[in-house]
Design a binder for this molecule. Structure first.
Ligand SMILES: Nc1ncnc2c1ncn2[C@@H]1O[C@H](COP(=O)(O)OP(=O)(O)OP(=O)(O)O)[C@@H](O)[C@H]1O
Length: 660
């Protein structure tokens, strides 16, 4: 069954001719992962990159997408050298399928469409296009299945692969790089997927580069060009239907009815001598290839230039047409080359050939000049406000199953009841004071740990998705960050509210105002702890390191909170100012003992004030634990913690953990 034709609601992007020349990448300045890799792929063509495992295929795609710094060589998209701006026009489908596991496939695609299709399209147009992409990639049956991960069963491997491609196809990219899109698919699914891509390239004038491991011969013959890599070097670059000839010319004959893909991979996995022979032959063939291109060019350069002049006679590009790249100059360069050394002639001629081809591409492009200009100037597909709104919804949907899981509900209700029963209806006497303080301290530290470690464990997988989306320029980091704070807020506070509603009245409720004020400080403390967890999770790439830092910080926070140790040595007293629990716990005491029913003095009270009074004022209770601040100052400091750690978290993502 043929995949349906693609009808994208966006105007077509200008076709891209991808040219890469002499790419080299070294590891640790020593070992070459890639060396002298060159090639060109034109609009409508599919280039297959093949080679043994570890030969450098993924590294090449990383280079072409601009994610790896080159040691030498250059990459051009039409006439423009690969730069940050044009990187956004490349879609890169990674080998790993990185998604939010709890969202369904349809929801995932809907959010991708809402974020990555421009605001000029209505919501229903975007949804229609999602339907269309689901049809194109044959994902109808699983659109309501969650993506899943190793813990939760969701989409199959093949469905995830197609979902990955679907997300990228949404933006109607002109250049697609796909890293092993057929891995894990059965032969029929692999064939169907490649057929969809091939049709997409042909019908829409897209430029496609795929890495493949061991394609069937049916798939192999679908490709237009092949780049075979061996030991990081070119073992073949050229038309797919000439590769068998290339090998037979160097004495490596394919048996009849043998899959050419299997055959060439066996050759490049042979002895070191065989590999060197193949690489040397590829180099010779490449030189010949350029000579032929040149001959072709000299025959057609008149056509290119005449076409170009005809189509652009009045537009602004005409004035930019380089004076030295005239027909005469190309031909002169060519005739000069017959006497020059190969290398010199190649350089001289390539410059002009590239210019001619680029101009020809301009003239052939089915998009108008204004559309192509828009291509080069757009920054974000949607406005900040759209990104913010969509990301709030997505954050909420994505985080809810984890943050409000059944297990968390059970844990909260059970602990609320347990704390209520343990400190049930305590009398307001000095003898019970330590127990009442125990409830407050337990509540603040428990929710601090819950929020901190919850964020710490959930953020690293989320960072993968965010990095992938930031790399493709889907949205602003600031929109994501604000949306995360707002979208997760109701989820963050739900369980502490439930806990407080259960346990505080059991302890002994005196007024609604103390109930609500205590709840506010409990929530503020929880949100601060979440911010610290987010900052540590964003900063540390190693989970073990982040757990160690968090354990140290949260335990020290408890030790200096004012409940466990009241006689802190003077040289260590500064540590209590770093303890967020210290401020929340103090405020809870000020409210509970100040606004609630007062605490009666014991007969033999340790408080001096009891010599003249029958009740202990809140200030005396708080002062007995060491350094103390008034309510407003403690509250300001807690807000200070919140702002500082939120800003630090943002700066870490913006400058330290930014995607390459
Ligand atoms: N960051 C890195 N640190 C160390 N080695 C690296 C790094 N990146 C790549 N390599 C090495 O470079 C070589 C090429 O890796 P690459 O992932 O490009 O291979 P590949 O052809 O895509 O392999 P496969 O087909 O198995 O996915 C491998 O030997 C790999 O170990």
């Amino acid at each position: 069954q043929e995949p349906p034709e693609c009808m994208h609601p966006l105007p077509a992007h200008r076709p891209i001719e991808l040219t890469f020349t002499n790419l080299a990448v070294k590891l640790d300045d020593k070992r070459h992962v890639l060396k002298n890799i060159s090639g060109v792929v034109k609009p409508g063509q599919v280039l297959a990159v093949m080679g043994p495992s570890g030969c450098g295929k993924t590294t090449l795609l990383n280079c072409l997408s601009g994610r790896i710094k080159l040691d030498s060589g250059c990459i051009h998209l039409n006439r423009e050298r690969l730069n940050k701006r044009c990187k956004r026009r490349i879609c890169y489908v990674l080998q790993q399928d990185i998604f939010f596991p709890d969202l369904t496939l349809r929801r995932t695609l809907e959010y991708a469409a809402l974020l990555r299709l421009p605001d000029s399209l209505s919501h229903s147009q975007k949804m229609q296009y999602v339907d269309h992409i689901i049809d194109v990639l044959d994902l109808n049956n699983c659109q309501d299945t969650i993506i899943g991960d190793y813990m939760k069963r969701g989409l199959s491997g093949g469905e995830k692969k197609r979902a990955n491609i679907a997300c990228e196809l949404l933006t109607n990219p002109a250049l697609m790089l796909l890293d092993e899109p057929t891995t894990g698919l059965d032969s029929h699914s692999a064939y169907k997927l490649m057929l969809s891509l091939k049709k997409y390239a042909e019908n829409e004038g897209k430029t496609i580069v795929v890495t493949v491991h061991q394609p069937s011969s049916q798939i192999f013959h679908m490709f237009d060009k092949l780049l075979l890599i061996c030991n990081g070097q070119t073992a073949y670059f050229g038309d797919i239907n000439k590769v068998v000839n290339f090998f037979s010319n160097i004495g490596m004959m394919i048996a009849p009815h043998y899959n050419p893909a299997d055959f060439i991979l066996e050759q490049v996995k042979g002895t070191e001598e065989m590999k060197q022979n193949i690489i040397a032959a590829a180099k010779r063939a490449q030189d010949d290839y350029y000579q032929q291109e040149l001959l072709h060019l000299t025959c057609t350069c008149d056509k290119y230039l005449n076409n170009y002049r005809h189509n652009h006679s009045k537009d602004k590009y005409n004035s930019q047409w380089p004076i030295n790249a005239t027909n005469g100059h190309i031909c002169t360069a060519f005739s000069d080359s017959s006497t020059d050394s190969n290398e010199k002639c190649y350089t001289a001629i390539r410059v002009n050939e590239d210019e001619a081809r680029t101009l020809w591409l301009d003239s052939q492009s089915h998009s108008s000049t204004s559309t192509s200009d828009e291509d080069f100037t757009w920054q974000w597909p949607t406005s900040f406000w759209t990104q913010f709104k969509v990301l709030i919804q997505r954050n909420f949907h994505e985080a809810r199953p984890q943050m409000l899981s059944t297990l968390n509900w059970v844990q909260t209700v059970a602990l609320g009841l347990l704390a209520g029963l343990l400190w049930f209806q305590l009398p307001r006497t000095e003898q019970s004071l330590h127990n009442i303080q125990g409830w407050m301290f337990f509540s603040t530290t428990y929710w601090m740990l819950f929020a901190h470690f919850g964020t710490l464990s959930s953020f690293p997988p989320e960072r993968e998705v965010i990095n992938k989306e930031r790399q493709s320029g889907a949205y602003r980091l600031s929109a994501y960050y604000l949306a995360k704070m707002v979208g997760e807020l109701p989820l963050t506070i739900t369980l502490p509210v439930v806990y407080h509603v259960i346990s505080y009245p059991m302890l002994g409720m005196h007024s609604f105002s103390t109930f609500f004020t205590l709840l506010m400080f409990l929530l503020l403390n929880t949100i601060v702890a979440q911010s610290v967890g987010f900052f540590v999770g964003a900063l540390c790439m190693d989970m073990q390191v982040s757990i160690t830092i968090s354990a140290l910080y949260t335990l020290a926070t408890q030790l200096f909170g004012g409940y466990l140790a009241t006689n802190i040595p003077s040289w260590l007293q500064w540590m209590q100012y770093l303890s967020m629990v210290h401020y929340a716990y103090q405020n809870m005491q000020i409210v509970e003992f100040g606004d609630g029913e007062p605490i009666k003095c014991a007969e033999q009270s340790k408080y001096a004030v009891c010599q003249n009074s029958t009740v202990i004022p809140a200030s005396d209770i708080v002062n007995a634990q060491g350094a103390s601040f008034p309510l407003w100052l403690n509250t300001m400091i807690l807000f200070g913690f919140l702002i500082v750690f939120r800003v630090l978290g943002y700066l870490v993502l913006r400058f330290i953990r930014k995607p390459k």
